[in-house]
Design a binder for this molecule. Structure first.
Ligand SMILES: [Zn+2]
Length: 312
């Protein structure tokens, strides 16, 4: 079984010409490709695999970050094909009314020259802000074909190395330096409560992607409990009968969570959690490591490349 991960899936957006996205036409072609080559796993067979250990062949689809385009473009496509998917929602944005840091960074990189942003960042950050720079695994994050050396370092610094107490102020300073004082609002950018409920009612699996989209391994166990427990409580207050609790690690990869994170998920009645590791899900995964399920980025397969942004 293969789990596939998607982020932005949409037509070209003239308001954000530099935003990397999987074009909806390519998404459709990729679904055709999966249908022809692997087939799709039913919701029932997927859930049963965690009991029986019988892992069916085929593909399951996962969509991260609760993006508006998932409701506008992905949901109609899945419905038309009789397919289902996981939709992992970050719940904190409904309280903060702010874009997540990870998405503010996308806005920044979409709108401005990457070397310029990199240089500005070097001016702003001090060594004491980069307390997590030495953490295992972070230096190898972001090696996507679409990133250049400057955008990779900007993302690594702002998503992994920087201590959270400084992060938002630094991102805001960069946005302001690049004239981005107004950008898409939470209401434009993410699914709202009604749309979360509509995804659920259409047979999609709504799961947690934390409250604040922090790297779990950067948080204390107590902070992780809050992210894991409160996000699901929030989603269950919107969708009363979610069949089982599922989770997806922000950023993903083995370095973004710890054995303690997996224990906290189990303690909070989650059934599974998805990471990012480009390999199939086997019986050993569902039976022994259900909180570290591997997923492929959609760009691993044909038609899954993001369309090249106009600004690089
Ligand atoms: Zn995410």
């Amino acid at each position: 079984m293969k789990a596939i991960m998607y982020h932005y899936v949409r037509p070209f957006n003239p308001d954000l010409p530099g935003l990397n996205h999987l074009h909806i036409d390519d998404f459709r072609k990729q679904l055709d490709y999966f249908e022809e080559n692997f087939g799709f796993v039913s919701k029932e067979d997927f859930a049963n695999a965690f009991v029986s250990g019988k892992v069916p062949d085929g593909v399951i689809l996962t969509f991260d970050d609760g993006l508006k385009c998932h409701y506008d473009y992905v949901l109609p496509e899945l419905k038309a094909r009789g397919l289902w998917g996981f939709f992992f929602i970050t719940t904190g944005i409904y309280e903060t009314k702010q874009l997540l840091g990870v998405h503010k960074i996308h806005m920044l990189l979409a709108a401005s020259d990457h070397k310029k942003i990199y240089d500005q960042l070097q001016e702003i950050v001090t060594p004491e802000m980069l307390s997590d720079k030495g953490m295992d695994g972070f230096t190898t994050s972001y090696s996507l074909l679409t990133d250049n050396e400057y955008s990779m370092e900007v993302k690594r610094t702002l998503n992994f190395y920087i201590a959270y107490e400084y992060r938002n102020a630094v991102i805001e300073q960069l946005l302001s330096l690049n004239g981005l004082t107004h950008y898409n609002s939470v209401a434009d950018f993410y699914v709202d409560h009604t749309e979360i409920k509509a995804l659920h009612d259409a047979g999609m699996m709504v799961g947690s992607h934390t409250v604040n989209h922090f790297v779990m391994s950067k948080l204390s166990p107590g902070e992780q409990v809050i992210e894991i427990r409160d996000s699901m409580k929030y989603l269950e207050s919107i969708c009363q009968d979610i069949p089982y609790r599922s989770f997806c690690y922000p950023y993903g990869g083995a370095h973004t969570f710890t054995p303690e994170t997996e224990l906290i998920l189990a303690d909070n009645d989650y059934k599974m959690a998805f990471s990012i590791e480009h390999k199939d899900i086997h019986a050993a995964d569902v039976l022994s490591r259900p909180f570290a399920l591997p997923r492929y980025d959609c760009n691993t397969y044909p038609y899954g490349q993001v369309r090249k942004s106009l600004v690089q």
